[in-house]
Design a protein around this ligand. Structure first.
Ligand code: NDP
Ligand SMILES: O=C(O)C1=N[C@H](C(=O)O)C[C@H](O)C1
Length: 258
């Protein structure tokens, strides 16, 4: 029997987001192709594979919420199999990001540091605000808070918001980023983009962008109450990828904001 249901594989199927993806793939009417797991007892007959190279040929698209160290191997496996990729993993090095761009020459890829519609809009607004609010008058600071298990900092979302502010101001983020301030820092640079990071308990993910002048402050805050918002967004991106040409797409593309 043939089926036109999309086959979705999940890299990191037993992770915090992966477990929710498993439910959301089925709820969306797609077919769960299986997942990757490092559990030595994982059984391919049960749809659990040690590597993405084994899962990829069974999938039309793979949703990947794992760890940055997997990115180069995953990029190569998916490009080789010609399988689309929804990438949610954050904390990528420049070399890992290059591997994503290389894969996107042969397969369609959606990459987002945050698959919630709310953060997608916050990031877009951040760029627009930075275009209007001059850095000589308004200081831009980004605060993020996450659960104690998070391994990368600042969060991918905070960096994406910072990149949007830098884009809006026409400056380079890497040379204007101020994070981890301590000791005799000297006064704040006028065009700096500041980052503050908090970790604790089970905070799902909170981000605030502040523009502060001598006379006013604008705060743009997003709070994720439930990780499911990331899973539903990622499944939406996976379904959107069907039939797309190779390329690197964003959540703004998925939401039709371009
Ligand atoms: N873009 C977005 O919207 C969001 C992105 N994230 C990002 O997604 C990633 C995962 O987050 P989360 O689910 O909370 O993390 P978890 O630690 O709960 O899950 C990570 C998963 O990745 C697998 N994994 C970890 N390291 C390796 C490795 N070296 N090789 C193979 N597999 C590995 C784990 O496998 P196993 O189970 O076998 O140990 C696990 O299933 C992070 O980078 C996080 O920042 C998180 C939320 C939203
Ligand atoms: O690790 C997490 O949990 C999250 N990671 C993403 C990030 O780094 O921005 C998205 C979300 O904030 C949750």
């Amino acid at each position: 029997m043939t089926t036109d249901r999309m086959r979705i594989g999940i890299a990191g199927i037993n992770g915090r987001v992966g477990r929710l993806l498993r439910e959301e793939v089925t709820a969306a009417g797609a077919q769960l192709a299986g997942g990757t797991s490092r559990d030595p007892n994982a059984d391919p007959a049960q749809g659990l594979f040690a590597t993405l190279a084994e899962l990829a040929p069974l999938s039309d698209v793979v949703i990947d919420f794992t760890h940055a160290v997997t990115v180069r191997a995953h990029a190569a496996a998916l490009a080789k199999a010609g399988v689309a990729w929804v990438l949610g993993t954050t904390g990528l090095s420049d070399a890992e990001q290059d591997a994503v761009a290389t894969a996107a020459r042969t397969i369609p890829v959606v990459q987002a540091a945050n698959y919630s519609p709310g953060v997608t809009l916050v990031t877009r607004l951040a760029r627009q605000m930075a275009e209007v609010l001059p850095s000589t008058v308004y200081d831009a600071e980004i605060l993020e808070m996450h659960h104690r298990q998070k391994v990368d900092a600042p969060s991918g979302t905070a960096l994406a918001i910072g990149q949007a502010v830098a884009d809006g101001r026409g400056i380079d983020l890497s040379t204007h980023m101020e994070s981890g301030r301590t000791g005799h820092t000297g006064p704040r640079q006028a065009d700096a983009i500041g980052f503050a990071v908090l970790r604790g308990g089970q905070i799902v993910g909170e981000h605030t962008l502040l523009f502060t002048s001598a006379t006013e402050q604008i705060a743009l805050t997003h709070r994720a109450f439930d990780r499911r918002v990331f899973a539903t967004g990622a499944v939406r991106a996976a379904l959107w990828l069907r039939g797309r040409a190779p390329g690197l797409y964003s959540m703004e593309d998925v939401l039709g904001l371009h």
